[in-house]
Write a protein that binds this ligand. Sequence first.
Ligand code: FAD
Length: 312
Amino acid sequence: MHAGHTEAALPSSPSLLDCVIIGAGAAGLTAAVYLARFRRCIAVIDGNASRLLAIPASHNYPGFADGIHGEELLSRLRRHAAHYGVRSTPGTVETLERLDDGSFIARCGKQQWHARTVILATGVTDVEPDFPDVKRAVAEGFVRYCPVCDGFEAISKKVAVIGHGKGGLAEALFVRHFADAVSLLTLDDPFDLDEKEQLRLGQAQVQAVHVPVARLAFDNAGVMQVNLDDGRRLSFDVVYVALGTLVNSGLAQVLGAQCTARGELVVDAHQESSMPGLYAAGDLVKGLNQITVAMGHAAIAATAIHNRLGRE
Ligand SMILES: Cc1cc2nc3c(=O)[nH]c(=O)nc-3n(C[C@H](O)[C@H](O)[C@H](O)COP(=O)(O)OP(=O)(O)OC[C@H]3O[C@@H](n4cnc5c(N)ncnc54)[C@H](O)[C@@H]3O)c2cc1C
C-alpha cells in the first residue's frame, strides 16, 4: 500500500489526539493495532521506507516456517491496522515540538498533529555500498545485512563479509558459525585490527582480503561477481554488508531525549524515553534489530500509554 489517508481509530478524532505514531513499519503498525484496539485516538505518519520492504523472505519470523516476504508482512500489518480504521498519512515528520503542558506537535509540510503522547518508530537506515546493482542483489538474497536474521540460510555456503574494524571482525566471526568458508573484504579502509584480533580471524579460518572491492556486479549469466581493485574477480554465494546503520532519531535528539553515542534511543522498561510522554519502539531503540523485538517494544509502549492516559 501506499498508505492512503490517515486518521485515527475509535472514537472520532478530537483535535488533541491520544498519541501520534511516527513511522509505520513493524513497530509503528503494531503500536497502531494495539492503540486502536484500546479505543485510543491516534494518527500515524509514515515515510514508506520500512526495512521490511527489503526482505526477500524472512525465515525467523515465528509462525511462518516457509518464510514470509517482507513486503507481504508489511501489507498484512497495514491491513490489520486498517481493519480498526487506522491508515497512515504518507509523509516525513520534519519537526516534533513539546509544549509546556507536556503535549506534542508533530509537523509535516502544512499538516500538523497535536497529541498527548508520541511513539517514535522511525527505525534505522542501512549504510549501503555504493554499487549500482546493490538493490537487485539484496532483492535476490545475494547481498544481506543481518546474519542474526538469515545466518541459518548461509549454512555450508561460501560467504564474504564487507566491513571494517571491529564491526567487520565481529560479523565475520558470527557468520563463520554457519558458513563453510568466510572472507572478510574491505571497500577502502584498512581493516585496522590489532594482533589479537588478527589471530582470532586466523583461528576461525576467516580469510582477510586486503585489496579493496572495486564493485559488485551481475555478470551476463546473472551471477553476482565481486571485482577487486587489482582486477581479480571473486565469487561467493552470499555477501554480508557490515557497514552499520544510521539511526533515525533526529526528532528525539532535538527534544533532548537521551541517546547512545550511535544515536539509539535509551528507554525505560515501558519504552518511555528520558523525555516524558515520548516513547520509542523498534530498531531506533538500543538493542537487537529484529521484527519480533520491534513488535514487542510496540506492544509495551502502547499498553503503557493506554494505562498512563487512563490515569491522567
Ligand atoms: C535486508 C533485510 C533483511 C531483514 N531480515 C529480517 C528477518 O529475516 N527477520 C527479522 O526479524 N528482521 C529482519 N530485518 C530487520 C527488520 O526489517 C527490522 O528489524 C524491522 O523492520 C524494524 O521495524 P521498525 O518499525 O523499527 O522500522 P522499519 O520497519 O524500518 O520502519 C520505520 C518506518 O519509519 C518511517 N520513518 C522514518 N523517519 C520518519 C519520519 N521522520 N516521519 C515519518 N516516517 C518516518 C520509515 O519511512 C519507515 O517506514 C531485515 C532487515 C533488512 C534490511
